[in-house]
Write a protein that binds this ligand. Structure first.
Ligand code: SF4
Length: 357
């Protein structure tokens, strides 16, 4: 008889690892999908094969990485079930993931879906009533097995049809981790990730930045927010200039390189040519300014900030050349470093930094 396949949502946390292993222990082939967005685990897209290899060698789980960004950027405009404590639309997030996973089932020849959700573990998204809403709104009713709490939930198709033995599933409930840790030991898993907030949308410091761009505060229309916009929000020095421009300055070589890699054709990119200093992006400079004098004024202020945060030359000239490229043209502005008092009100979230990758 051919082996039956299940498609599991894989966060990389202990619960999702255990959910995969519990189902696999019943002779089911489990294929796991790791969804990424610029809000969580986006760096995995740089080398999905390495992630796949790591997860297989550590946990024996076959995983593939899938980019959920386009639908996710859209979802954040109006999540039907609202936000959690921060800018985290956890219920809609799960609905979106399950909806996407459901669409993949035919291609993978999967008979049912698996998640590592535990009843009562999280106040918003893992209440019994919310688990029901997630099933209903993702259209995964009855085909979704939550093996860690299955004995406390209604019977799913996989159990009813005998694909898995309900008696060997679990009845985990609540926030405690002891039973998960004991089960991990049974599977010989000792090197498992500690629970951590890997999602920027649920992060106290970073989620307000995402929220602000969705409120239209960065000269970016909400419907035009891109993956690059989100990534640019998460590092560097951030400013909103008097003309409305959104300026990001790198604080070290690594951030400068990342800024250059994220720059788009409509951005102005500024740098001091002759000595170490920040790279800066004036986002969407070519298309966002209705008035050219306003653009020129913001470019000059941006250049002056670049000099301010660059390495100052002892007894050097007060003015420095800053090169900027906009479209196909590269130009130069001669400016003095800006005085600190001038730009204090333009700073957006100075000092809070995420891993730029
Ligand atoms: S914390 Fe982030 S990734 Fe997790 S369910 Fe909520 S929104 Fe989705």
């Amino acid at each position: 008889m051919p082996v039956r396949t299940a498609l599991a949502l894989f966060s990389g946390g202990l619960d999702s690892i255990l959910a995969c292993r519990v189902v696999a222990a019943q002779g089911i082939r489990v294929v796991a999908v790791k969804f990424v967005t610029p809000f969580f685990d986006y760096e995995l897209l740089a080398d999905p094969a390495a992630y796949r290899k790591k997860i297989f060698s550590k946990y024996g789980i076959e995983v593939f990485v899938e980019d959920l960004s386009p639908g996710y950027l859209e979802l954040l405009h109006h999540p039907c079930h609202g936000f959690g404590r921060h800018f985290n639309p956890c219920v809609d997030c799960k609905i979106l993931m399950l909806t996407r996973a459901k669409k993949m089932m035919a291609e993978l020849d999967a008979s049912f879906l698996v998640t590592g959700e535990v009843l009562g573990q999280r106040p918003m998204s893992q209440r019994r009533s919310t688990l029901r809403v997630i099933e209903r709104d993702s259209g995964s009713d009855r085909m979704l097995l939550r093996p860690l709490s299955a004995k406390l939930l209604k019977v799913t198709e996989a159990e009813e049809k005998g694909w898995v033995d309900r008696g060997k599933l679990l009845d985990f409930n609540g926030r405690g981790r002891n039973r998960q840790i004991a089960l991990a030991r049974e599977f010989g898993i000792t090197d498992f990730p500690v629970p951590s907030g890997g999602c920027i949308l649920a992060d106290l410091n970073l989620s307000p930045r995402i929220s602000r761009i969705y409120q239209g505060n960065y000269m970016v229309k909400a419907e035009e927010i891109t993956v690059e916009d989100v990534r640019l929000l998460l590092f560097g020095r951030q400013f909103r200039l008097p003309g409305g421009g959104w300026l990001i300055l790198g604080r070290n070589q690594e951030e400068n390189a990342l800024l250059s890699s994220l720059a788009q054709v409509e951005d102005a990119v500024l740098a001091v040519g002759v000595r170490p200093g920040p790279t800066a992006i004036l986002r969407r400079a070519a298309i966002c300014y209705a008035d050219d004098s306003c653009l020129q004024s913001d470019l000059r202020l941006a250049a002056s900030l670049v000099v301010r945060f660059g390495r100052q030359r002892k007894n050097g000239p007060a003015e420095t050349n800053v090169f900027f490229s906009l479209g196909l043209k590269t130009s130069v502005l001669k400016v003095s470093p800006m005085a600190d008092l001038v730009f204090q009100d333009w700073v957006l979230n100075e000092g809070q930094v995420a891993n730029p990758h």
